[in-house]
Each structure stands twice: as C-alpha cells, then as structure tokens.
Design a protein around this ligand. Structure first.
Ligand code: SAH
Length: 332
C-alpha cells in the first residue's frame, strides 16, 4: 500500500474527494480503487497505479485467539503486528510504531537487532487496515488498538498522534479514543504531552522494577528517565487528565518478583496522585535471557499489592505460540 501521493493527486480536484477517499479506504475497506465508484473512472485508474491499496503481508495464525502478521513496507523494512481476539466482538490490534527499537531493553526481542526508522502515520494505520479487512469477512471490526508492538511510541510522538487521529476519525475506522492505549518506557516529555492532547487516550507505563538499581539493569533508558522523573511526569499527566494510568510490571523469576520488591513497588506507587492507577502484572515471555516467574509467585506478588489496597490485574498471554506475545516481535 502506498498512500503517500494521495493528497498530491487529489489536490485541485473537488474537495469532497479526499473525504470520500478516506471513507472508501478506512470505512468501506476497499482493496481496489475501482470499488470507489463515487470517483471518476480515470481517477480510479490513476490511483490504482500510483496509490496501490494491496498490503504486502504474511499472516501467521495460531488459533482463534491471536494472529501475527509480518508486513513488508515500501523500502523493504519489515514490521510485525498482532491481532488479539477477546470475547465476542472485542478485537485488539497491537501495532508497531517503529522499525526495530532504539531502547534495546534486555528482556525484549525487538531492540536486539537495533533501530532502523520511525514509521509514518499511514504505515501505522496500514497494520490496522490489514486486520480490519480480514475481520470484515466475519462481520467483525477492530475495536481496540494498543501501541505495544515494536518500538517506543513516544520517540515517534507526532506520527503516532497522526495515526491515532486517522483511527479515531468518525468517517474512517471510528475507534474511540478510550479504546486506544499507548505504552511507553517512561519518556517523560511524551507522557506530559499526552496529558495536553484533547482526546482520552489510555496511557500505560512500563515500570518493570521497584527501584532504579534493578530497573537500570534491564532498561538502559532508565539513566535518562529514572523512576522519580517518570512519577513526576505521570503526576502532571494525572492532574491534567484525571485518567487512570496502567503501570506495567514484568514478572521475571528471581529478579523483581520477591515480596520485598512488591513492598518497594507499593511505596513508589503511593507517590502517584489520587491513586489513579492499576498495576498490570505481565509474565515475562521468553526471549532468551531470563525466566518467567511462576504463577504462584505472581499470585503472591499480586496478593501483597492487593492487601495494600492496590488494584492489580494479570495480562493474558496471547500469541506465545506464534512468537507474537509482548516483547517477542523481532521483525524477521
Ligand atoms: N516501548 C513501549 C512499547 C513496547 S512493548 C514500552 O516500553 O512500553 C509493550 C509492552 O511489552 C511493554 O510493557 C514491554 O515492556 C512489554 N514487554 C517487552 N518484552 C517483554 C517480554 N519478553 N515479555 C513480556 N512483556 C514484554
């Protein structure tokens, strides 16, 4: 797919064409411009030549619950994207925001091969379009988006926001802001900027450790964005939005899963204003180096949090069989 020249081709044409084109591509989900019968035939032919709508992708399906796609972009770069099917009607697409990732967190497969480039807004949207077309055949739609694929969304802030605007557009996918979540390693500037953004997008922060010493061992970005700085930015976000933050905490065996880690975590989280957060415990998906905590250990950890009045949930392990779970996207 290549819609980069779209606006250029449509400039000088009646202004409603652009709106019709958006509706055709993102709402009707056409795969060929000839399906956009509202446009004159010549224009359709030109668009088919210069703005092809076919998506280059290989789809790996595991079962009814998850599917991973590898998309090839026009410069040959490959990215991965995952569809998760929850209960009836809830379909979440986990999108990538970058090709590779500059953060190279020790527990995540994505950054191990380095970073290539940021994704353009339409390259982010294309990932959703791919699954939207597939779901349409089952009379279903994409209902939720999480920016939890490859890359750090807040290091590609503007393009991520542009993509969100397209996904949210009533004349297009019409995915409600409250159904869109952005996950960050804790880029303070991004957290604060999202606090100013006039849409109610959900924010998730990958904390993963209860102190800077442990966090620094697995997340090199902790040097620039240590825990105090993240809490400060999160508090400013909370003041502006009044929206609950999701605090993500990876459970790694014998590293950050002890009861004393839980106690330390509680102390940190008590600094978050208004108690507007929920902890999401994520069993580490194997990527080679560490081992996941046992379910009993996760349960114990969760109980310590809950006894102290902290809300906690556990993330469902979608897509492990297809190496499509969190942290397993390598773009190979
Ligand atoms: N850069 C963003 C989004 C990336 S991935 C961020 O850091 O939040 C989305 C989530 O998957 C993050 O919480 C990330 O820490 C988590 N993750 C990464 N590797 C993982 C692994 N091996 N197992 C489980 N979760 C992992």
């Amino acid at each position: 797919m290549n819609l980069i020249n779209l606006e250029k081709i449509l400039s000088g044409k009646p202004s409603f064409y652009l709106k019709e084109v958006r509706r055709a591509v993102f709402k009707k989900l056409i795969k060929d411009w000839n399906e956009a019968t509202i446009l004159p035939q010549e224009l359709r032919a030109e668009l088919n030549e210069k703005c092809p709508l076919d998506i280059e992708a290989d789809i790996l399906a595991s079962d009814d619950n998850a599917a991973k796609a590898v998309l090839e972009l026009k410069d040959g770069c490959k990215i991965e994207t995952v569809l998760m099917r929850h209960e009836a009607g809830r379909n979440t697409v986990c999108v990538s925001s970058q090709v590779g990732c500059p953060l190279a967190c020790k527990f995540c497969a994505t950054g191990q091969n380095g970073f290539k480039r940021n994704l353009e807004p339409l390259e982010i949207v294309e990932q959703v379009l791919l699954f939207a077309r597939i779901l349409k055949q089952k009379n279903e739609r994409v209902s939720n988006i999480v920016f939890m694929g490859m890359g750090e969304p807040f290091l590609n802030y503007d393009n991520v926001i542009q993509a969100i605007l397209i996904l949210n557009d009533k004349n297009g996918f019409n995915i409600g802001a409250r159904h869109i979540s952005v996950s960050t390693i804790g880029i303070a500037e991004g957290i604060e900027k999202l606090g100013e953004f006039p849409f109610q997008i959900n924010l998730a922060i990958s904390l993963h450790a209860p102190n800077n010493e442990l966090r620094g061992k697995i997340i090199s970005a902790n040097k620039k964005y240590p825990i105090e700085k993240i809490i400060e930015a999160a508090n400013r976000y909370l003041e502006k939005t009044d929206r609950q933050i999701m605090v993500e905490y990876l459970m790694i065996k014998d590293f950050n899963d002890s009861e004393s880690c839980a106690q330390e975590l509680i102390k940190i989280l008590q600094k978050l204003k208004r108690g507007l957060f929920i902890v999401n415990l994520i069993a580490y998906n194997p990527t080679g180096i560490f081992k996941p905590s046992s379910s009993e250990q996760i349960k114990k950890f969760r109980q310590v949090l809950e006894k102290n009045g902290i809300k906690a949930t556990q993330r469902w392990k979608f897509g492990r069989d297809i190496k499509g779970a969190c942290g397993q996207l390598a773009g190979k």
